[in-house]
Design a protein around this ligand. Structure first.
Ligand code: BG6
Length: 504
């Protein structure tokens, strides 16, 4: 990992150029990089799609996305005209091999215009099933043999299961060097997620107690209020465990549990993370019920609005057995974490949009205060809020002012909003800049992806072999099914959410 510098000349081809991901995330991110002076001096962005657009129509469409979804709203930033001159549209049928020559020609033309050979980046913002075919057709182009300058960016989901992920890795590594492949997990680009490394490894305070001797358990909640959001066709093939746990949440587990890296080199960080994945105890399909809970949302009310159940969403099977909620208890079998549970949960249509990580410390070993002071006594707790608020809070016991020795828990809070001025970059800004610079630290290596699939495969297999009998099993605006409460309550714990004022 290194500080960003302005990248060299780059040419980005976005497959799925007229699609949603580009509209909502990629184009707003690229425009913000431009405003902040991070785009290369010479660059081109080429959206690729089947839909008919002139360059101007295409730019207009992207501008609409930017106005709606950029962290900076609207044309107010005044640089759209300059930025949009770098954007063009290439209509092509990605299934037709002969059309790929158009790409090679465009690269040549840009080379002449720039007076140098740019980085050539192929971004796969397409449905996952299209990736292998596009990669197969791209691979033979001469530019792809340039292992230094040509890169391919692959969105999640990376494969549908261990077997397909392995096949996709084989296909991609047959055509590109591992260094050319950027497997995106956008959680890793989030500011607060990156800050976990800073907090753990740039301070002397936390690391000595960051282990089984002091930590009772760790929780990760990634809750969303949205439902299938018109993505029924995708979600029917996915479900919460594949969509969130296999990638984002396991990556958060890695950030929390990894050993200290000896450098911030991309492979060093990824080695330390893959060690965590390899140490996660394999749950067997027979035991899955004791470690994992699935749920699906029913129809009901969400903040005063009637919302349909998952099975009534567009492009969803009315008898669907897909999980819209998943909770899992993991153990990491190594010296640092043996017997410390990591509880994770994620779901759609839950009570709040919030991602938080909680580290629950063990109780103090001795307690000499008078019994009457003990009423509100609580063990220490560290809560890292990833979103929507970005803060870190450490709970400890303090004496209440007054003539009684009464203790109560208080929070020491570091809030990004209060500590720093200005907007934080969006995850996609950081990650796109990394790709242009050629820094793969925050991207998944092939072995990481496969190790993560190995962990969840037995749960998926158990769930697929046994149809859920109680679906739908949770109401919108709740915290998921009761079984998820039982999963953690069995160990004497409960799921932690932050008090309401924090969420407003
Ligand atoms: C995506 C999932 O990877 O992450 C979505 O496919 C989910 O289903 C999204 O909504 C959540 O991302 P964020 O950044 O809003 O937490």
């Amino acid at each position: 990992m290194q500080n960003h510098k302005r990248p060299p000349a780059s040419l980005l081809f976005i497959f799925g150029g007229s699609g949603d991901l580009n509209f909502r995330k990629l184009s707003p991110a690229l425009y913000n990089l431009f405003i902040d002076n991070w785009m290369p001096e010479k660059f081109g962005i080429v959206g690729i799609g089947r839909t008919e657009f002139s360059d101007d129509q295409y730019r207009q469409r992207l501008l609409e996305g930017i106005e709606q979804f950029s962290r900076r709203k609207g044309k107010a930033n005044g640089q759209w005209k300059d930025f949009s001159q770098h954007v063009s549209y290439l209509r092509m049928d990605a299934e037709n091999e002969s059309e790929y020559q158009k790409i090679a020609e465009l690269v040549k033309a840009k080379e002449q215009e720039f007076g140098e050979h740019p980085n050539v980046i192929f971004y796969m913002a397409v449905a996952p099933q299209l990736v292998p075919d596009i990669a197969k057709k791209l691979g033979p182009l001469n530019i792809c043999a340039d292992t230094k300058c040509t890169r391919i960016v692959v969105e999640k989901p990376f494969g549908h299961d261990l077997k397909s992920a392995h096949e996709l890795n084989k296909l991609l590594t047959g055509m590109f060097d591992e260094e050319q492949i950027y497997r995106i997990d956008h959680y890793l680009g989030k500011e607060t997620v990156q800050n976990i490394l800073a907090m753990r490894f740039a301070n002397a305070l936390f690391e000595p107690i960051w282990n089984r001797n002091y930590i009772d358990h760790v929780q990760i909640t990634a809750a969303e209020t949205v439902g299938a959001e018109g993505r029924g066709a995708y979600y029917e093939q996915s479900g919460a465990l594949r969509d969130m746990v296999q990638n984002h949440i396991l990556q958060l587990v890695c950030m929390m549990a990894m050993e200290a890296p000896v450098s911030f080199d991309a492979n060093e960080i990824r080695n330390k993370k893959v060690d965590v994945l390899n140490a996660i105890r394999k749950i067997t399909a027979e035991d899955a019920h004791a470690f994992a809970v699935r749920g699906q949302y029913d129809e009901g009310w969400m903040k005063g609005e009637k919302v349909p159940g998952y099975r009534a969403e567009k492009n969803v099977n009315p008898q669907s057995a897909i999980d819209t909620f998943a909770a899992v208890k993991f153990y990491i079998d190594n010296w640092r974490w043996q017997d410390v549970p990591f509880y994770v949960r994620t779901g759609k249509r839950l009570h709040e949009k919030t991602t938080i990580i909680t580290v629950q410390f063990r109780p103090a070993p001795n307690y000499a205060f008078p019994p009457e002071s003990a009423e509100t006594w609580r063990p220490n707790r560290l809560v890292i809020s990833i979103q929507p608020d970005m803060d870190i809070r450490l709970r400890f016991q303090a004496k209440r002012p007054g003539q009684f020795m009464t203790l109560n828990p208080v929070d020491m809070i570091f809030s990004y909003k209060d500590a720093y001025d200005g907007d934080e970059p969006e995850a996609y800004e950081t990650l796109l800049l990394d790709v242009m610079e050629g820094n793969a630290t925050l991207f998944m290596r092939s072995d990481q992806v496969e190790a993560a699939w190995k962990i969840i495969m037995p749960i998926l297999e158990a769930w697929e072999s046994r149809q859920p009998v109680d679906f739908p099993n949770y109401a919108p605006d709740s915290w998921g099914p009761e079984d998820a409460e039982a999963l953690i309550a069995r160990d004497g714990h409960n799921w932690i959410t932050l008090p309401a004022p924090h969420q407003e």
